[in-house]
Design a protein around this ligand. Structure first.
Ligand SMILES: [Zn+2]
Length: 289
């Protein structure tokens, strides 16, 4: 989950060039759809990619399959598709916050919105969560929709954190929202969390991080090689760690930031400090016997 700067592509020019290119298999069957599709691009941008607001574009039956084929095997004029996939491989996944990408997700699914199959603003880098998401876009309740990394500014806010309960070697692990129900996009954020983030291995990731923390604190947080002087100092150390992780990963909703943010819950800070400072514990030794 990350806000991204939208790609800087002249999509209307690219699509017109595609339709007029005699060397591609689809020629000349896309020519008649140029006005409708370029108009669709304009209204998609104006609607901020919001699935409730973007109108589906009416196309001749043969156009959708042709566009999806061009997406699968982009000709030279659509080279930006190949570039976007390759250049984002090492990014935090803007959709779920995992620490890699490597695929492209059609924010408005190409099966339902064929007109946007090769539209750069509809193509968002993503990890395997793309496959698990399938065609999910809108929920049943008002406001429930998948967030759009190019348009939804709320993705810059801290939206998710780990939650640890029943603390011990194997705690109960869940994913909490960091925004109040009054947040103007609460329904969309909660839907996105449920339909995308919670269908990944994020809880397993948090559980493994916790296991490292208990076994050898420094594996999870380097600064914990030294026992903090107080629970307040532990809190400061964790806050600094979150700030560094946010900066390193270009946003606040990557899985590492979400893990450490979960450690900042007061009951977790108290628990951790008591164990870090327990009499007789070896330096950088385990927290739980
Ligand atoms: Zn992902």
């Amino acid at each position: 989950m990350n806000k991204l700067t939208p790609p800087d592509i002249d999509d209307a020019a690219a699509f017109t060039a595609l339709a007029n290119n005699r060397r591609v298999d689809s020629f000349p069957r896309l020519q008649g759809s140029v006005p409708a599709i370029t108009e669709g691009y304009i209204q998609y941008r104006a609607a901020g990619g919001n699935g409730f607001a973007v109108q589906a574009v009416q196309l001749d039956a043969e156009v959708g399959p042709l566009l999806r084929a061009h997406y699968r095997k982009p000709p030279g004029v659509l080279k930006y598709i190949t570039d976007m996939r390759r250049e984002s491989e090492h990014w935090v996944c803007p959709m779920c916050g995992s620490l890699h990408s490597g695929q492209l997700d059609h924010l408005l699914p190409k099966e339902d919105y064929a007109a946007f199959a090769v539209f750069s603003l509809n193509l968002v880098p993503a990890c395997k969560c793309n496959t698990r998401r399938g065609r999910a876009l809108l929920g049943n309740a008002p406001g429930e929709r998948i967030l759009h990394p190019y348009f939804d500014e709320c993705l810059s806010e801290r939206l998710i954190a780990a939650r640890f309960d029943d603390l011990g070697l194997v705690p109960r692990v869940s994913l909490q929202l960091c925004v109040p129900q009054e947040h103007v996009q609460y329904e969309a954020i909660a839907f996105h969390k449920r339909r995308i983030v919670e269908r990944t291995a994020i809880l397993r990731y948090f559980a493994d991080g916790w296991s490292n923390l208990c076994r050898r604190p420094r594996l999870a947080i380097r600064a914990l090689a030294v026992v903090p002087a107080s629970s307040e100092q532990l809190r400061t150390t964790l806050l600094e760690e979150v700030g560094l992780l946010d900066e390193e990963h270009g946003g606040k909703n990557n899985w590492n930031s979400a893990f450490v943010t979960g450690l900042l819950d007061p009951h977790v800070v108290d628990w951790l400090y008591a164990r870090l400072a327990a009499p007789g514990r070896a330096a950088d030794g385990p927290l739980v016997a």
